[in-house]
Design a protein around this ligand. Structure first.
Ligand code: ADP
Ligand code: MG
Length: 421
């Protein structure tokens, strides 16, 4: 038997990941915990153990795939055991196994694998993938030989992707205690192996500043990226009744819906615009613009393309409002009563009347990061750009003081509300 020398020494946590015999394993935790490299090496181990295997490794986007998985494979796989077809992104091993490097950037990209069969499927940064994509690929796990069929994934919690966080947390993190293998009703096994940066001596040695950078992140990101904490929720949240499971929703915007927008001007801060559809009762934030240093011409063009009937803007930006009006936009000054505005938004969340599309990444991030400044009895001025825009539009439109515009519009729309829940 031929021995092959592999120049890879797994850390203690990586060893646990490689040794785990569950059908599906998540190697989770912080950024820099040595996840990508562990996944790539785990796939190689499997490929060599079981000749003629068909293996696929996924990352969400092509540049990330190249940078994380392919680069690691080219660096750490012994040169004499594979040939690599760069255009097809396939590695052929000397024992007949194949490792495919793939990305799934768009919705429904998973259906490209309809007829495929794999014995080992790897996902790097699973929070970038939907449960639907995962389940679809899982159904491609097959083959006539007796060898085990594995899924191996890596992830750290990601405050910008609450929906994917949630399914991964339920599916892996809460399924069984860490390091313990749990079994589902069909008898398939799953395990979660947590890891964080401090478990990676290579990084501690080569780039100690990396950890300092993680330590200086805003609290929520620090919790996620440094400690790998899946229960990321802040103390003292302003919108503490926001629940990703309830309030993130996708809906078709029908032509009868009334479309409004909220606008918060920024110079060095981002300028934020949120676009809201109102069906007579519910509000759906369906799109956003979030950009620092944007030129007024470009802003006007982008807002026009989305065609809102009325735009409620930061009242302190008088000159800018006038400029936008001159460019043909229907902009007016918003009611900027901060506390009253927050109460309006909170109440609409509570009543399940306000929803946000997953597309609005920045708004979703802010709503989960916006906290009270306890001493001053008002919110901290951070993570508030898209939220201010939201508050301007919702509060001004909803507020009866503003001649009951909501009621007037609502009377003109006849919508069947049942399908919102
Ligand atoms: N066992 C190992 N041997 C050599 N280098 C390692 C090992 N584990 C991690 N590293 C190095 O640590 C750094 C972070 O690892 P990486 O896999 O990119 O982490 P993550 O995917 O969790 O962010 C990389 O530079 C990687 O090469
Ligand atoms: Mg990585």
């Amino acid at each position: 038997m031929k021995t092959i020398k592999v120049n890879y020494k797994p850390t203690e946590k990586q060893k646990l990941f490689h040794k785990c015999g569950a059908d599906e394993v998540l190697y989770g935790g912080a950024a820099g915990g040595g996840k990508s490299i562990a996944l790539v090496m785990d796939a190689l181990d499997y490929a060599l153990r079981y000749p003629n295997s068909n293996i696929v490794l996924f990352r969400r986007t092509y540049p990330e795939l190249e940078e994380s998985l392919i680069q690691n494979a080219l660096k750490f796989y012994p040169r004499e055991i594979y040939t690599y077809n760069e255009s097809k992104k396939v590695m052929k091993l000397i024992n007949g196994s194949r490792i495919l490097f793939r990305y799934m950037e768009k919705k429904n990209d998973e259906t490209r694998y309809q007829g495929a069969e794999f014995q080992y499927i790897g996902f790097d940064e699973l929070t970038h993938f939907s449960k639907k994509q995962y389940e679809f690929l899982k159904s491609r796990l097959r083959g006539s030989s007796k060898q085990p069929k594995y899924i191996r994934a890596t992830a750290n919690p990601d405050p910008r992707r609450p929906i994917n966080n949630q399914w991964i947390k339920e599916y892996f993190v809460e399924f069984a205690p860490p390091y313990k293998i749990g079994k589902d009703k069909q008898g398939r096994t799953r395990c979660y192996i947590p890891a964080n940066v401090y478990d990676n001596p290579y990084l501690m040695e080569n780039d100690p500043d990396y950890i300092k950078r993680l330590e200086s992140l805003p609290e929520l990101e620090k919790q996620a990226f440094l400690y790998g904490n899946w229960d990321i929720k802040l103390e003292g949240l302003v919108y503490d009744n926001f629940d990703p499971k309830i309030h993130i929703k996708e809906k078709e915007i029908k032509p009868i819906y009334h479309r409004i927008a909220g606008l918060d001007f920024g110079a060095t801060n981002p300028t934020a615009v949120v676009f809201i559809a109102f069906d007579g009762w519910h509000y759906l934030v369906y799109d956003e613009i979030y950009s620092p240093n944007i030129l007024l011409d470009d802003l006007a063009k982008m807002v026009k393309e989305r065609n809102p009937r009325q735009i409620y803007a930061d009242p302190s930006g008088k000159g800018l409002i006038r400029e936008l009006q001159r460019k043909g936009l229907s902009v007016s000054k918003a009611d900027n009563d901060v506390l009253a505005g927050i109460m309006t938004v909170k109440q609409l969340l509570q009543d399940k009347r306000l929803f946000i599309s997953e597309k609005c990444e920045n708004l979703l991030f802010e709503i989960q990061n916006y906290v009270w400044d306890k001493e001053k009895e008002k919110p901290l001025k951070a993570f508030d750009h898209a939220l201010d825009a939201l508050r301007y539009a919702i509060h001004t439109f909803h507020n009866p003081k503003r001649k009951g515009l909501e009621n007037k519009i609502s009377a003109g729309i006849k919508e069947d509300y049942i399908d919102w829940y």
